[in-house]
Design a protein around this ligand. Sequence first.
Ligand SMILES: *Cc1c(COP(=O)(O)O)cnc(C)c1O
Length: 375
Amino acid sequence: MTTHFYRPTRALINLEAIKENVRQLKEYLQPNVQIMAVVKANAYGHGDVEVAEAAIEAGATILAVATPDEALHLRNFFPNIEILILGYSPGSFAQVAANKNITLTAFSTEWISNLNLDYNNAPLKVHIKIDTGMGRIGVTTISEFLSLYELIGSTDGLMLDGVFTHFATADEEDDSYFVKQETKFKEFIQMLPKKPRLVHAANTATMLTKETSLHYDAVRFGISMYGLAPSPYIKTKLPFPIQQAFSLESELVAVKLLQKGESVGYGATFTANEPTYVGTIPIGYADGLIRKLAGQEVLVDGKRVPIIGRICMDQCMIALPTAYNIGEKVTLIGKQKDEEITIDEWATKVETINYEIPCIITARVPRVHFANNKF
Ligand SMILES: *Cc1c(COP(=O)(O)O)cnc(C)c1O
């Protein structure tokens, strides 16, 4: 898929890295465990259709998203793959989901009673969500769980296809809360009169660092499919190497020599204390280069140079060691020669988690996908 765009700012997505991350996981898992590729939020900002296609090619058999609209978008491109919505779906979506073979998350009896279903059609598949400690959606007691199980069984047009939970602290070194959740999940699962087709619990941190018995029938592969570790702690525990798929590039569109005492940007917060070459790059906070990234380094000609002054909405300025030409490549995230700026480096700079970084690069930045080092 090539879409034309004029501004030389783009996110490059290495689909070969995504495939390799999935292949490595597949090798690590027992052969009967299915891989659910978590492609919610436009595949964590990487491009949902292209990532889904790469993941399926590498061995994923189920797609997981967060919302009905994300599921419908993918269904247009993948008529047959299993799709699960992990989050909330309104009752008004139930019939569309049944018609399009999209599986929903059932999290209370009340939710079931609000479903708008026409019972003549294909059944609506649901997975029960057990809240073992996240405190968001899901049943929290065994009696609620069994009532929901029975209600699904006795409602025409519904089919119970799975049961799952989600861990709150799987990425931390202290596993005491994790063990409580794990124990609670096992207690619930034991109460099932009949095991549904898919029991699943493992997010990336769980599947890569906890006992393999927690893989159950499927694992939900999110952050490390994109080549990022769930936390700095997990980064030291990974059972196989992962490759970051996301990079962010632009070009110099203007270069000028600032004299001593001259300033750059809104508020004139940067003032040259010696003659300084300044380059302008066409990316700003409306692209997700948030103002807190002022001072962050970028790569030019394999060297680290800083963003200077305040970041504007659509542009920002960098200090250059010499007068580079217009059109010189600028790498904001990714590699040049021996240098690399990682998503983790940005996350540290803006005091957040790596998950948030590709998600906040806005839709104005085109995602350009490539594989085998070609694009
Ligand atoms: C987002 C999400 C995942 C994926 O989490 P990672 O840490 O990225 O692996 C798994 N399960 C649920 C329920 C989620 O919402």
